[in-house]
Design a protein around this ligand. Structure first.
Ligand code: COA
Length: 341
């Protein structure tokens, strides 16, 4: 056995306002039927005016810390590292994580953001786990939080149907590789050749250095749906398979794949590529949409709260997103109680 990062707390948070497909159809040229059949999404949540990513991150962080306390006692919430995955920070500068750590009363712990869009949570998890195994940290709070409603083009029926706001968080502690909850391995990758497929064109140094205001529309999130669909299926399948090979699990021995909740057709296609049955694939996007960096921890929270994810289950998490980026993680599910919204 060797030193490992062990998952010991889990929580999620959603904003108060739910938006149904029917409400979108009243504003845009779309329908409940189109959105359900093409994406599997029925509902998403959006922040209120003035509400920010950090507000959701703090709520999810509090719940993950409470979850850690319930199984490990008060000391379980004494984290010495905060890693926040987000592509919708409160402000371009500074990072959002230090403010989140401050509001959580965590003192002067190191806190920083990781930007890998929908893969952000897996990248943040790998970063925090590596810092724990290296002995740089003992306990980490890892949060995925995004508010894509703040960067969507209000007239774009496709992205408005897909994306929702939310936050999910886990607590990791130093432990042993043989324990339930130990992160057993990661597979991470990127392909910057696909950077233009998922992007906000304006607002960065490339546009600002021109001295010109952004071209109308470039301040909004833009995505090329079809190639993104294909790349998501290929990269989540291949990344999961590489990790399964490394960990020594067959797809049949796997209990659950918790993939980034982008589109139910993507989830089924990944399942097909890996030769999985439908019951092995966790789905919660019908209730929350694509919540970007929050997607995987929110899916974990829902699945664990509903008894779909049980102690001893062999689990692979897999994500894909802008960058392009992708990543997977493997663990045996621990006996923890998630704290939900
Ligand atoms: N309501 C009704 N029609 C819509 C629509 C909506 N909300 N959004 C798009 N359409 C239309 C398109 O305009 C197009 O019309 P046209 O044929 O007249 O041009 C038609 O539906 C088909 O569009 P297409 O893009 O081929 O549909 P699709 O079946 O590929 O589904 C996505 C579109 C965006 C749902 C799908 O490509 C997808 O999920 N991509 C991945 C998105 C994603 O996961 N992003 C995040 C990854 S991290």
């Amino acid at each position: 056995m060797s030193r490992a990062a062990v998952l010991c707390g889990l929580g999620g948070a959603l904003p108060a306002t739910a938006v149904t497909n029917e409400e979108l159809a009243a504003q845009l040229d779309t329908s409940d039927q189109w959105i359900r059949t093409r994406t599997g999404i029925g509902l998403r949540y959006v922040v209120a005016p003035g509400e920010a990513t950090s507000d959701l991150a703090v709520a999810a962080g509090e719940r993950a810390l409470e979850s850690a306390r319930r199984t490990g006692g008060d000391k379980a919430a004494d984290v010495d590292l905060v890693v926040l995955a987000t592509s919708t920070p409160d402000r371009p500068c500074p990072g959002t994580a230090p403010g989140v750590a401050h509001r959580l009363g965590l003192g002067t712990v190191p806190a920083f953001d990781v930007a890998a869009v929908c893969t952000g949570f897996v990248y943040a998890l790998a970063t925090a786990a590596s810092m724990i195994t290296a002995g740089v940290a003992q306990r980490a709070l890892v949060i995925g939080a995004d508010t894509f409603s703040t960067i969507l083009d209000p007239t774009d029926r496709t992205t408005r149907a897909i994306f929702g706001d939310g936050a999910g968080a886990v607590v990791l502690r130093a432990g042993e590789s043989g324990e339930p909850g130990a992160l057993l391995g990661f597979d991470l990758g990127s392909d910057g050749g696909g950077a233009d497929l998922i992007t906000v064109r304006a607002g960065g140094s490339r546009q600002r250095s021109t001295g010109e205001p952004p071209v109308e529309g470039d301040q909004f999130f833009a995505m090329e749906g079809r190639p993104v669909f294909t790349e998501a299926v290929i990269n989540m399948s291949e990344s999961s398979q590489r990790l399964l090979d490394r960990v020594g699990w067959t797809p049949a021995a796997l209990d659950k794949v918790v993939a980034h909740q982008a589109n139910v057709r993507i989830l089924h296609a990944v399942g097909e590529q890996l030769g999985l049955e439908e019951k092995q694939i966790v789905v919660n996007l019908d209730r929350v949409g694509n919540t970007v960096a929050a997607s995987i921890p929110l899916a974990l929270t829902d699945a664990a709260a509903e008894g779909d994810l049980l102690p001893g289950h062999r689990v692979v998490l897999t994500g894909f997103g802008g960058g392009l980026t992708w990543g997977s993680a493997a663990l045996v599910w621990p006996d923890i109680a998630p704290v939900t919204a």
